[in-house]
Design a protein around this ligand. Structure first.
Ligand SMILES: NC(=O)c1ccc[n+]([C@@H]2O[C@H](COP(=O)([O-])OP(=O)(O)OC[C@H]3O[C@@H](n4cnc5c(N)ncnc54)[C@H](OP(=O)(O)O)[C@@H]3O)[C@@H](O)[C@H]2O)c1
Length: 329
């Protein structure tokens, strides 16, 4: 397999956006110890993919150029490396590849066994590929940072989810509603009905004065904010929070870090919590199971073939996706 060539999409340096993506014939990777080779069926884009290209995570990511980007994939195992126990050729799987190596915009990629989970036939490749970064981030915000129990037990909490129409937000609304929550969500006017259909109890258009102020139409104060949008200052959140309200910020700016430190140092009851995803296979397995059971869905904004990967990239950079952007080899 190592000498075979595949179609891949890569970039050679920082910057350049969609037009810097190059279609190449690259060698099919060989799985090393603990790795499997996947024939890809779907890859899902995340803003971090183009943020890495912009150099926003330099010097850590990518590890080297040329870089085949994208980490969230579904595919079929075609070869296993030494020591791989849990998977065999023919298995359908979902996984998260590393930011350092990427590999998703290609026909084949290699993946580490420990972050791979099985994909049952009830879950399509695209539905599975949508889950890793976006689904796991929503899950981590709600379960680990906010303490929401997704079996519906626990005290009721009022939750605000900003950018509820985006990749993370759409999962956050659905997962939050599995818990004992009242969900207020923000999105653009065109997505209000869509976000209601995900289960949100009340929805604010972020371009109206009430939406910009994040005021709950029913007068609630938020116990938790899952903040998936950007550019909203603490002073806007603060009056809308309950006594112990917490803002979980998944795109923390320098001023958010300053607020985080200040609130900690002053023992404030209201807190800002910067969140960075910690990918865990057991949580990914749980999300795949929810999709299989029909309790969670991956809303797909658009699907592109690998030959049009630059259009998918431009769509993600544009920042107006409703759900996940998928690329299929
Ligand atoms: N910390 C982590 O580990 C982590 C993990 C995942 C994601 N993230 C970050 O989280 C952010 C969201 O990711 P994503 O995948 O959900 O992005 P996305 O899918 O690109 O989000 C696009 C959606 O956001 C909506 N939106 C934009 N600004 C808004 C605002 N001010 N109020 C309400 N809705 C707004 C857009 O609606 P309109 O089209 O109507 O404007 C669009 O539907 C990104 O910055 C990403 O890098 C961080």
């Amino acid at each position: 397999m190592a000498s075979k060539l595949m179609h891949a999409v890569q970039y050679n340096s920082y910057g350049g956006g969609a037009s810097a993506l190059k279609h190449v014939e690259a060698p099919v990777p060989s799985p090393k110890k603990g790795e499997v080779l996947l024939k890809l069926e779907a890859a899902a884009l995340n803003p971090v993919d183009w943020k890495i290209q912009k150099g926003m995570l330099r010097p850590f990511f990518p590890r080297k150029f040329p870089h085949i980007p994208v980490t969230d994939v579904a595919g079929e195992v075609v070869e296993v490396g030494q020591g791989v126990q849990k998977f065999k050729p023919g298995d359908k799987v979902v996984t998260f590849l590393s930011h350092a190596n990427g590999g998703g915009l290609a026909e084949y990629t290699k993946a580490s066994e420990n972050l791979i989970v099985s994909r049952p036939s009830e879950v399509s490749a695209a539905e599975g590929a949508g889950l890793p970064i976006a689904g796991l981030t929503a899950h981590q915000c709600l379960t680990e940072s906010a303490g929401i129990k997704l079996d519906g037990s626990g005290q009721q909490k009022n939750i605000l989810i900003t950018a509820a129409s985006g990749g993370v937000g759409q999962y956050a609304v659905q997962l939050a509603k599995l818990g004992n929550t009242h969900v207020t969500a923000t999105c653009g006017a065109r997505n209000i009905e869509f976000v209601q259909s995900l289960g949100a109890d009340e929805v604010l258009d972020y371009k109206t004065p009430e939406g910009a102020a994040l005021t709950s139409p029913s007068g609630r104060k938020y116990d938790v904010v899952v903040h998936c949008a950007t550019g909203i200052p603490w002073s806007t959140f603060e009056p809308n929070l309950s006594t112990n309200g917490k803002v979980i910020d998944i795109t923390p700016s320098p001023s958010a870090f300053a607020t985080f430190a200040l609130k900690k140092l002053t023992f404030s009851k209201k807190q800002l919590v910067p969140l960075f995803l910690n990918v865990k296979a057991e949580n990914l397995e749980y999300l795949v199971k929810l999709v299989k059971e029909g309790k969670l869905k991956t809303v797909i904004d658009s699907t592109y073939s690998l030959s049009k990967a630059e259009d998918a990239w431009a769509r993600s950079m544009d920042g107006h996706a409703t759900g996940k952007i998928i690329v299929e080899p």
